[in-house]
Design a protein around this ligand. Sequence first.
Ligand SMILES: NC(=O)c1ccc[n+]([C@@H]2O[C@H](COP(=O)([O-])OP(=O)(O)OC[C@H]3O[C@@H](n4cnc5c(N)ncnc54)[C@H](O)[C@@H]3O)[C@@H](O)[C@H]2O)c1
Length: 213
Amino acid sequence: MPLTNRKKNNLVPEPALRRMPCYLAYLKLAQKEGLKHISSTLIARDMGVDPTQVTKDLSYTSIVGKTRVGYEVEPLIEVLEDFLGFTVVDEAYLFGVGSLGKALLHDHGLKQFGLKVVAAFDVDPEVVGKTIEGVPIYHFEELSKMHEGTAKIGILTVPVDKAQDVANKLVEVGIRALWNFTPVRIKVDEDVVVQNTSLYAHLAVMFNRMKAE
Ligand SMILES: NC(=O)c1ccc[n+]([C@@H]2O[C@H](COP(=O)([O-])OP(=O)(O)OC[C@H]3O[C@@H](n4cnc5c(N)ncnc54)[C@H](O)[C@@H]3O)[C@@H](O)[C@H]2O)c1
């Protein structure tokens, strides 16, 4: 089960895990430009981080750089993609096909990062029964039917006042990881992974930094 395999990454500090997709994007660009080898110093300079930080972050993967030559770009990309779990596809259900849910269903990037939405759920008759980007939208009451499905990840994009209830039901039917876009701090058993994501948190940081200039 891909989700279980990823547990081996548990001990990697979260800030390092968050930097790794940025290294990956940077390396893919470097590869497009024809670079075969790259040093941690160059990565660090272009990404505005400390070289020792780069070496430490990359050391969590199995790959090591060579003195003077640095890292081979292509194998480093492969190792990073594999390490981050982007090479296996996990299936997910999405809950709440409103403005954010729809945007996520239209996003082609998710699959590249190993997440395939196989079904979505809502309560609004305007969307139930339709498909978006090939993803069927069911009524939330049909959730028990999906119990037989293989997806273990739930993407939560329901209204704030529904978030905890919906999360409880998802855990009941076997969802083991919640990608929570709602601002609610969902309370579930410890063995359920909850990843909170907020675009607005970053916006707040941007506004604050602009004011500080
Ligand atoms: N993390 C972020 O950056 C971010 C950005 C935008 C919105 N949000 C949050 O995401 C959530 C959705 O926002 P939105 O703007 O898309 O709202 P929306 O009102 O457009 O969509 C919510 C959808 O959930 C559906 N819904 C209601 N009850 C449901 C249930 N029990 N099961 C399944 N679906 C149900 C509604 O019918 C609706 O289609 C909100 O909690 C909002 O605060 C987070």
